[in-house]
Write a protein that binds this ligand. Structure first.
Ligand code: C5P
Length: 297
């Protein structure tokens, strides 16, 4: 017997970053939007905890206990005083270390899958607590849709979305380390007063009404200058997407994946083709949003 859970990637339509806190994290106003690129996490009873991964970038995924899926199984098992005796298989379609919360998706997916496999029926609030322990973006992978994350991004308020948004994601060669991007943010902010992060009313309204042009005007990522500083070649990718007709372009989270908002599915496909032809990215994927959160298949 096995359980499979499907979990979406995310893009941050607004990522407002405050000053570094004493604990090293940053307070955020983080508006998450789940998009229709998915990993599938399958758990099967086994003698001991093991992880395997398949997919084009599987060789970049750690298979030891640092994998958030393994840590999720361990945390859930420890909470219930049982053995995390499962084999976890990750069918990976979300770009690895790309700023799209692929690792977080696997953590949320493994948590929900183990909960079902072990028949625990853990209340959602407890699952969300475990998610927050696993990482700042993991609670959102569980709930999906759209949400405002405050604190370090783990305290969620679900947001209404009034339509479907069409996106293109340009996947870069290699990943970017999230801590390194935050460190670069701190370096660039040195000597300046970093404002307290706040969600943009215009952006929340654009999500609520499903207005892609309004959303395009309100997209904002405070980590973008840091990601561009560490990976200057991303500027050419952003330009290529805008020249191909994107309503707006931005770095996804800490990058290096770049995200392009399109007016409809046809435009999205054209932008993806143009990005690929531009030679400024490794691959381009089209997706729609909002996508549902972690779901048992
Ligand atoms: O929470 P998570 O483990 O995903 O965070 C990874 C790293 O990203 C942290 O160690 C920290 O360096 C940085 N981070 C941050 N502020 C946040 C979220 C993450 O500085 N709100």
């Amino acid at each position: 017997m096995s359980v499979t859970v499907r979990v979406p990637a995310k893009v941050n339509v607004q990522l407002a970053v405050g000053a570094a806190r004493e604990d090293g994290f940053h307070d955020l106003a983080n508006v998450f939007l789940a998009v229709s690129l998915y990993d599938e996490v399958t758990v099967t009873p086994s003698r001991e905890l093991t992880v395997t991964c398949s997919g084009p970038d599987a060789d970049q995924v750690p298979l030891d206990r640092t994998n958030l899926a393994a840590r999720a199984a361990e945390l859930l098992a420890a909470r219930h005083g049982i053995d995390p005796a499962v084999h976890i298989h990750i069918a990976k379609d979300i770009p690895v270390a790309g700023g799209m919360a692929g690792g977080s998706a696997d953590g949320a997916g493994a948590l929900l899958a183990c909960d079902a496999l072990w028949g625990l029926g853990t209340p959602k609030a407890d699952l969300l607590d475990i998610c927050a322990e696993l990482g700042s973006d993991v609670p959102f992978s569980l709930v999906g849709g759209a949400a405002l994350g405050t604190g370090r991004g783990e305290r969620l308020t679900e947001l209404p979305v009034g339509g479907t948004f069409h996106w293109v994601f340009a996947v870069a060669d290699g990943g970017l380390s999230t801590p390194a991007v935050y460190r670069e943010f701190d370096r660039l902010a040195e000597g300046t007063a970093v404002p307290v992060p706040a969600a943009s009313p215009l952006l929340l309204d654009a999500l609520c009404t499903g207005d892609a042009s309004a959303l395009a005007g309100a997209l904002a990522n405070d980590l973008q200058p840091a990601a561009l500083s560490l990976r200057p070649s991303l500027a050419a990718t952003l330009t290529a997407g805008v020249e191909a007709g994107a309503l707006a372009a931005l770095v996804s989270g800490s990058g290096p994946t770049t995200a392009f908002l399109a007016k409809d599915t046809d435009a999205a496909q054209q932008i993806a083709d143009a990005l690929l032809a531009s030679g400024t990215c490794r691959t381009a994927r089209v997706a729609s949003a909002p996508a549902p959160g972690a779901t048992v298949l």
